[in-house]
Ligand binder design. Structure first.
Ligand code: GLN
Ligand code: ZN
Length: 758
């Protein structure tokens, strides 16, 4: 008998109930008790959905973030927070979100740093440690939901983050080495495990995804040390890895003294046989056979063809699960009543994935005939997707085959293009510009909603947006900016706007996935070959250009960002999909150029997000990512200036790739780092132009002229002034006009002052 279990379920709720409860709580519209009750309701619903499984995760739910929960469970709360009075809930949210000062005497409290959870778009709160960090167990945080589940008759399996991954995720706030804390941390884990055993836990899922990354010998040793220490504790440990392959850590993972191992058989299918060979005979092997990172139906028959012989070898030792927590997929496809039925039939969200798991389990335990109907329906869906002419467009295959190396080449090097652009554009020293969007006002949002709900005609909507564009252009002219933008009034979101106009994309209505805390994203679904039937932006940009003699910058989202912020096909390599996107953007770039637009910006905010977990795989990704950017950008004449924009990013280890992209101008977020981010551009002798952000658009503060001059001075120490631009850090869509105008006034006057003193 194979057992079925799950590693984690989305906690945001099918209708984002948690998000709305959190926001109500933070606005003081509901009480602590009401928030906790809402949370308990969502937990209970999730457990009930999972009830048919043999083991159901408990402790995967979180009010904000599971890593922050672990920090609280281990008594590792930053001292600036732990010394505050107030409730634990209050301290928890203060760690997560910080708090602005309410009076002059009260200091403002900064939140813990947030960063990407492995290679997902989920962000966790980085545990803070120092040489003095001590830990103390707070097992109630886990025992409460555990008892709640058990009282409801749920077969609960507590989920915790393992001690090595916990330290691997933390950041030392002093010079100390975080791994030195392991001996202090382990006794607290032991206490926690014992408390769970006392409460009746048989199995504990202990997540150690750090095992799929490249580990130095000391981290490998830490795994040995930790698990040889924890083996004295009573609960059976299921050591859980996901998001990749174990590779050189495979033997280590197999031999740690635990009762079971979970591996990701979606990303690491080729390793499963080796794991079966290496795993000691008394251990359970949990195989993650359902993709927890994507929204496609599993090919159940193909999975069974592969799984049945393994199941025969493992017998009672086999457990089946999704590859990772289902946190990274939306909750319930049944809500998507508007989705194209043909495409919906190819999809599975979290609930549907659990159903797939149950079908697989039954087929393994009772034979395929026990689920013949389900398997036949699945087969039909898989074949429908494989054969659909909406997925496969022969013209696209031809277009990809026709790509030659020239597609990625500009006519000449930057050094030869730059003077031609300068002659053509006639820009002053330190040209000023903005990143694309201007405030998305309430009127804009109202108009878009009315248009979507068919209460506003296309021509009325268009007229409304044109008014907004005109306003943005007039304001920019009055400010005296050098390169203008149209302001992106017509765009809901930088990926969705383009996806909606491309063949090969669909959009869910409720396909929300948690990004962090109460923040969710709704990634578009890229299901088929990408084709651009019509120009997507030219009418708007041409209109904007018609209003002014200043150069108008065309504004596009780049192929790599489109890819990294979408759910994408699993039936072809990511590079292939990205090349198709690149061709579509390339057509748009050429149409903009033909329409007389001389500057075109292609945003690649998410370039870095696509980096694989293992460094050894970085170069391959960066090669095709830059290739795709170049294909999208480089069809233009020398005189046409290509810009790219990247949000806050570490450039140190990818500077070569950034230079490879060869945009004439790159704008980046730098205002909060005092221009230190430019060090690497200086060291690398980055040859093209750079616009380091001088206005932190995330903050309501208005930068003054002196500050901007100071920042540009720092920039000019690193990059020759002839190659510097002046611009904000990012788009201004989240700010109000009342904030934007004075900030940009100061920016323009700073540029004027700098030109005078140059
Ligand atoms: N052009 C976009 C804007 O200004 C860029 C947004 C981003 O980088 N995230 O809104
Ligand atoms: Zn940005």
């Amino acid at each position: 008998m194979a057992l079925l279990h799950n590693l984690g379920f989305p906690r945001i709720g099918a209708n984002r109930e948690l998000k709305f409860a959190l926001e109500a709580f933070w606005d003081d519209r509901i009480s602590d008790a009401q928030l906790l009750q809402q949370a308990a309701d969502i937990r209970m619903q999730n457990w009930q959905l999972q009830q048919p499984l043999d083991w159901i995760p408990v402790g995967d739910f979180s009010l904000y973030d599971q890593v922050l929960d672990m920090s609280f469970c281990l008594g590792n709360v930053p001292t600036r927070i732990s010394k505050l009075d107030g409730s634990e809930l209050d301290r928890y949210f203060r760690t997560a979100r910080g708090r602005a000062a309410k009076s002059d005497t009260e200091p403002c409290l900064h939140a813990s740093e947030m960063t990407k959870w492995f290679d997902t778009n989920y962000h966790y709160l980085v545990p803070e440690v120092t040489a003095d960090t001590t830990f103390s167990v707070n097992s109630a945080r886990l025992l409460e939901p555990f008892n709640e589940a058990r009282n409801a008759g749920i077969k609960a399996k507590p989920v915790i983050i393992g001690p090595v991954t916990y330290l691997w995720l933390s950041k030392a706030k002093d010079e100390s080495h975080r791994l030195d804390l392991l001996p202090r941390l382990l006794p607290v884990y032991s206490q926690l495990l014992e408390a769970l055993a006392d409460a009746g836990a048989e199995w504990v899922q202990i997540d150690e995804p750090a095992l799929v990354t490249e580990l130095s010998p000391e981290w490998k040793h830490a795994f040995e040390f930790a698990y040889h220490t924890l083996k004295a504790n009573r609960p059976n440990l299921l050591l859980t890895t996901y998001f990749g392959t174990l590779q050189e850590n495979l033997r280590l993972a197999c031999h740690l003294p635990v009762a079971g191992l979970h591996i990701d058989a979606i990303r690491g299918r080729d390793e499963v046989h080796r794991v079966v060979d290496w795993l000691p005979a008394h251990k359970v092997l949990s195989i993650g056979v359902i993709d927890g990172r994507n929204i496609w139906k599993t090919d159940l028959n193909a999975t069974l063809d592969w799984l049945e012989p393994i199941a025969a070898r493992l017998g009672e030792r086999l457990w089946l699960a999704p590859s990772c927590s289902l946190l990274h997929v939306p909750v319930d496809l049944d809500n998507e009543t508007d989705l194209d039925p043909e495409i919906r039939n190819w999809l599975a969200f979290a609930r549907q994935k659990l159903t797939e798991l149950m079908v697989l389990g039954k087929a393994i335990n009772q034979g395929r005939t026990a689920v013949a109907t389900e398997l036949a329906a699945n087969q039909a869906a898989i074949v429908s997707r494989q054969q659909s002419s909406r997925v496969h467009n022969p013209l696209l295959t031809q277009a990809l085959e026709a790509i030659t190396p020239e597609f990625g080449q500009r006519q000449h090097h930057y050094a030869q293009r730059a003077p031609k652009q300068a002659a053509h554009l006639q820009l002053p020293l330190y040209p000023t510009t903005t990143i694309g969007s201007f405030p998305q006002t309430a009127e804009i949002r109202k108009a878009r909603l009315a248009f979507k709900q068919q209460q506003l005609s296309w021509s009325d909507y268009q007229a409304g947006m044109k008014t907004e564009i005109e306003r943005a252009v007039r304001e920019q002219e009055a400010l005296g900016l050098d390169v203008l933008v149209h302001g992106e009034a017509e765009r809901n979101d930088m990926v969705e706007y383009f996806g909606e106009q491309l063949e090969g994309y669909v959009f869910s209505r409720f396909g929300w996935v948690q990004s962090y805390g109460s923040r969710c994203v709704k990634p578009p679904i890229l299901f088929g070959d990408i084709n651009r039937p019509n120009p997507m932006t030219t009418d708007w940009i041409k209109y904007a250009q018609s209003l002014t003699d200043k150069p108008m910058k065309g504004m596009l989202t780049g192929p790599v960002t489109m890819l990294n912020w979408s759910f994408v096909r699993d039936d072809q390599p990511r590079r292939q999909t990205c090349l198709q996107l690149a061709l579509a953007i390339r057509q748009e770039v050429l149409d903009l150029e033909a329409a007389g637009i001389n500057i075109i910006q292609i945003d690649e905010a998410a370039l870095r997000e696509g980096l694989p977990l293992r460094r050894s795989e970085w170069q391959n990704y960066l090669n095709w990512a830059t290739e795709c950017f170049r294909i999208s950008a480089n069809g233009v004449r020398d005189e046409t200036q290509i810009h790219t924009h990247m949000c806050y990013s570490e450039f140190n280890d990818i500077i070569e790739a950034i230079a490879q992209m060869d945009a004439d101008v790159i704008t980046i977020e730098t205002s909060r780092s005092d221009m230190e981010l430019l060090d690497v551009f200086e060291e690398f002798e980055y040859p093209n132009e750079i616009g380091p952000g001088v206005y932190d658009i995330h903050s309501p503060n208005i930068p003054d002229q002196e500050q901007i001059i100071h920042l540009m001075g720092k920039a000019a120490e690193r990059i020759p002034d002839k190659r510097l631009w002046i611009n904000p850090d990012c788009g201004l869509k989240t700010r109000r006009w009342e904030e934007v105008i004075p900030a940009l006034q100061n920016m323009v006057s700073a540029a004027k002052a700098l030109r005078q003193s140059a």
